[in-house]
Write a protein that binds this ligand. Structure first.
Ligand code: F6R
Length: 260
């Protein structure tokens, strides 16, 4: 796991470099997209590169991590709406090639199985963008999630519903209780995982992610089992890292050709 301590704009630029490199080599590659506040700077940067003609996602396929159960189509906080607004509308991807778990399906387990099959049929995810919850969730794999899990229905913790209440006019009760989420094993099957975390509220989760023992109590720690993970944190999110100085020195001395 490579931990890079930097500013959010610098992280966005480095992540956009990695995305650009993948799609220059293979225009129909598969991008895993996350919702929430953290990846928005990356989507803005990808949008600027598309505008300048440096990147095209016209043939890209994208898969979302998760979706609330039961939010109606067009609801501003339904993750499909959020990803259209924050990502798809800013780049040249065909919206028909943006996929997410169907939180409105009558048969939710069947929708989860179909989603797993769709990711596999696309050849798997080349680069997966990830955030992290203050409780250590990755996608919506809350504490206690099986580290071998696949896409399934989960109940959100009170902590996550409180964290996400800011998107629902501060009303925790308006945040759905259930979601469909890629499992931990689904995420680990992607070829490159890029996780970003900014702000003091993420410091404890980031410490566990990079330096704690692998445990279902902090599901993001499962990323330690993946051979290619890049974690971008700002100074505040890095404030509880024991090896912060080492990560800083390592990144400063990194050859520029190496990429992430
Ligand atoms: C979003 C997701 C979540 C978020 C996490 C952090 O698709 O799966 O794991 O990445 O809750 O959210 P923000 O970025 O809003 O702090």
């Amino acid at each position: 796991m490579e931990v890079v301590i930097t500013t959010p704009p610098q992280a966005a630029s480095l992540v956009a470099d990695a995305v650009t490199a993948i799609f220059r080599g293979r225009p129909d590659a598969v991008l895993g997209v996350a919702t929430g506040s953290t990846p928005v700077l990356v989507y803005d940067e990808l949008g600027r590169r598309v505008e300048r003609g440096e990147l095209s996602l016209a043939r890209a396929r994208a898969f979302m991590l998760d979706e609330y159960v039961g939010l109606p189509e067009g609801h501003p906080e339904r993750y499909r709406t959020v990803i259209d607004r924050d990502f798809a509308s800013k780049v040249d991807i065909d919206p028909a090639n943006v996929h997410g778990p169907d939180g409105l399906a009558e048969d939710l387990p069947a929708a989860c199985a179909a989603y797993e099959a769709a990711i596999q049929a696309a050849g798997g995810v080349d680069l997966q963008l990830l955030g992290i919850g203050s409780d250590g969730h990755v996608a919506f794999n809350e504490p206690g999630s099986s580290l071998a899990s696949r896409t399934r229905i989960k109940s959100l913790t009170r902590q996550t519903r409180e964290d996400n209440a800011r998107f629902f006019d501060g009303d925790t009760e308006a945040v759905p209780r259930h979601c469909l989420t890629q499992g931990v094993a689904t995420i680990l099957a992607a070829r490159h995982l890029v996780l970003m975390a900014f702000g003091k509220g993420k410091a404890e989760a980031v410490h566990h992610l990079a330096e704690g023992p692998v445990s279902a109590m902090w599901p993001a720690t499962a990323l330690q089992l993946h051979p290619h993970v890049t974690v971008f944190v700002d100074d505040a999110a890095a404030s509880r890292l024991q090896l912060g100085d080492y990560y800083r020195e390592t990144f400063q001395a990194k050859p520029s050709w190496q990429g992430i």
